[in-house]
Design a protein around this ligand. Structure first.
Ligand SMILES: Cc1cc2nc3c(=O)[nH]c(=O)nc-3n(C[C@H](O)[C@H](O)[C@H](O)COP(=O)(O)OP(=O)(O)OC[C@H]3O[C@@H](n4cnc5c(N)ncnc54)[C@H](O)[C@@H]3O)c2cc1C
Length: 385
């Protein structure tokens, strides 16, 4: 594996750096200049939808170009995009959606106009997602599905106008085969969204209830009963994204600076040998994981898919995210208990506890760590049950 950038890739890296220096809004301009930022990205040739292929208006980047973009943007604050539509649903619509669905939904997703949420998990169907029970029954005249059941842990469900949802249309045969992928307008009568408050005290996940919710048949993506195939392919991309290696490298370098600002006697925390060892161990593992990511990229250059290595990246990537959050709490000491409410202690302690508490979920969502270990054992190492 050659891990050096080619001449073209180095040029691309310079182009990205120059573009960010010139166009990225800073500080308070992040919101006021948000639209101008997206326009400037679009003018670059689809950089506003980096993951989209050229035929749908994206830049058609290679996996290495994506990697360079991720590395160059990880240390900077970018105006946020709504991930569920652009990153998760759009590729499914591009591949399996009808022309009408693509024309109806993709422009608004691209313009960040519509919030989507992901309705996959249910009570009793998380890791074992194919056991989902939310039922969709086709009406006699074949014009609509009637949906009953519940979805849980629906991130941003309370703010979403639409949900992409896995429903059960048949209980015959293997459980993966009776699943149908529906697009559901969240304003449809019969939908109730109830908040779930998480460990960090914030409200971003919900339970969603469906009581005789009518969904027009034209909102079904692809064929009835094939939803599992459509949803499954995307999980590998979701897992690679959650791994967040570039972001953790940036977080680690910020942590080193912060540790230097904490006094321990007449020295700083960064001089403390025990703390320094923990930082070094974390950095070594992160750098090793970075090489695993590069290896996965080299594979993806050949196959176009991240492959099962995405499970290794997700497993280790989320563990290391949590490690950095734990070391941040350790650096903040008792001030970590501020949790953002009181003006005392070092600045970084304000967000530290929130990041730490919310970060606990990273080894659960997108497939829990134990499930990733199963995937690695079976599909990477070839170990049979
Ligand atoms: C913050 C957050 C946001 C989320 N957002 C969404 C969303 O927007 N949309 C959505 O559809 N879902 C979402 N989820 C759900 C997420 O995908 C599920 O939580 C995840 O798949 C795990 O399912 P579960 O919670 O039912 O846990 P379970 O499947 O019950 O697992 C619980 C624990 O049991 C153990 N376990 C499970 N299976 C195995 C196994 N095979 N071997 C060994 N041990 C095992 C593990 O320790 C695991 O952590 C979100 C979850 C969280 C926490």
């Amino acid at each position: 594996m050659d891990i050096d950038y080619t001449q073209e890739e180095r040029q691309f890296q310079q182009q990205v750096r120059g573009f960010l220096d010139e166009n990225l809004p800073r500080g308070n301009e992040m919101w006021s200049k948000r639209d101008a930022w997206f326009k400037s990205l679009q003018a670059q040739g689809g950089w506003d939808v980096p993951k989209w292929p050229a035929e749908f208006g994206g830049p058609g980047w290679t996996p290495v170009q994506h990697y360079i973009w991720d590395r160059e943007t990880a240390g900077r604050s970018l105006p946020p995009v709504l991930p569920f539509g652009q990153v998760m649903l759009a590729p499914i619509l591009m591949r399996y959606g009808s022309k009408e669905q693509q024309e109806r939904f993709l422009p608004d997703i691209r313009a960040n106009k519509v919030n989507w949420c992901q309705g996959y998990s249910e009570p009793g169907a998380g890791s074992d997602l194919a056991s989902l029970k939310t039922r969709a029954v086709l009406s006699e005249d074949g014009s609509k599905y009637v949906v009953n059941g519940t979805k849980i842990w629906t991130t941003m469900g309370h703010m979403a106008q639409w949900m992409f949802c896995l429903t059960r249309t048949s209980s015959e045969g293997p459980k993966q085969e009776g699943i149908t992928f529906l697009l559901i307008n969240m304003k449809t009568p019969g939908i109730t969204v109830k908040p779930i408050f998480t460990l960090g005290g914030s409200h971003h996940v919900n339970q969603v209830f469906f009581d005789n919710v009518e969904v027009p048949v034209e909102n079904r993506v692809g064929e009835e009963g094939k939803g599992w195939t459509y949803a499954k392919g995307l999980l590998q991309h979701e897992r690679s994204g959650i791994a967040g290696i570039s972001r953790t490298l940036t977080a680690l370098s910020k942590l080193k600076k912060n540790a230097r600002s904490v006094r321990v006697g007449d020295r700083t925390l960064l001089d403390d040998s025990s703390y320094k060892r923990k930082l070094a161990e974390t950095e070594i593992e992160l750098r090793a994981l970075e090489f695993a990511e590069l290896r996965s990229l080299a594979d993806a250059q050949q196959t176009g898919e991240p492959g099962t290595a995405s499970s290794i990246l997700k497993l280790k990537g989320t563990e290391l995210q949590q490690r950095v959050q734990e070391l941040t709490i350790e650096a903040a000491g008792p001030y970590a208990l501020n949790a953002g409410f009181k003006e005392a202690g070092p600045k970084f302690s304000k967000m530290g506890m929130m990041m730490y508490l919310n970060g606990r979920a990273a080894t659960v969502y997108g497939g829990c760590s134990e499930v990733q270990k199963d995937v690695i054992a079976k599909r990477v190492l070839g170990i049979k049950d």
